[in-house]
Design a protein around this ligand. Sequence first.
Ligand SMILES: C[S@@+](CC[C@H](N)C(=O)[O-])C[C@H]1O[C@@H](n2cnc3c(N)ncnc32)[C@H](O)[C@@H]1O
Length: 306
Amino acid sequence: MTKPTAMERVRYGGRVMGQAAGVITARLRPAVTRVDAAGRLHPSNVMFKVARPPMLEPERSTLERFDLYLYDIMNSPRLQGQIVFEYGTLLRATHRWAGLRVLDVGTGRSTFPAWMSSEGAVVTTFDLPHRAEPRPSGFQARVNSLIGRRSGTVREVAGSMCCLPFADASFDLVTSLSVVEHLDTNLPDRAFVPYEEQRRRLGQVIDEMIRVTTGGGHLYITSECCDFERATTDGWKPAYYYVDGPALAGAWPVRDVPELFYRYIASRGCELVGGVGFAAADIDRADHWTWRGPYFSGFSVLARKL
Ligand SMILES: C[S@@+](CC[C@H](N)C(=O)[O-])C[C@H]1O[C@@H](n2cnc3c(N)ncnc32)[C@H](O)[C@@H]1O
């Protein structure tokens, strides 16, 4: 890696201080708490839509005051509310965190597990021994240690999600946010994984997540989808994990999502909370596209193990 220039260092420092100021300012604002009757019925098994993040303002306002990381992704104009949708949908559906045993699969650099633990959940984070997205270090980590709120109990475990090293029924909630689309890449060698093999691995990962969830517990997954027949560009392309492979990936073909996620999970002894509102044809409409570009979207899956 090349050394950052003086100008890049100044910009980085400015960005970190901006986030710190943002967290402090957010804490000074009154929290948004009001959820109307329609909001209480917020759907959990749906495709991203630009109208959804504004409906999750109470959840956004709760998370943004926690630390620099959450402030940034709750407010980033670049992400256009996609992470507000992903994290906010789970918050809206979860009424009590205290005592909840949570497993977060593919944590990367996210501090969302720390937030869940600060609410009283007993959290286990899980990622590869050499995570593809390491946690921030240096100046940002130092500022965050001064400004960020304290986490509660968080245990870190390393391994592959294809074979979770936990006993059956160990967790009340298993989360996996923006992770399974990376099954297009074999890690750590970064070889592209052919689609049929991606599907096989996805089934294996979902089975593992269900296995470690206790009866009556929940599974929450978010991922990405695309109409690859029509998409031509992807704003996320520079962040693809594989080295050689197709021009566009990092998402599930939108028409396969019901079969790969909703029907598959239901067939494995789970019920989809509030039913399924995901409709592949919605990808036709620009108000369902995410910051990645035309014909890319995201979706959420919330299921209860029976
Ligand atoms: C996009 S990042 C995580 C995003 C994070 N969950 C969030 O909420 O922002 C994806 C993470 O999944 C991890 N990952 C990818 N394949 C994995 C596997 N087979 N087992 C465990 N973790 C994996 C990567 O190391 C990376 O840290």
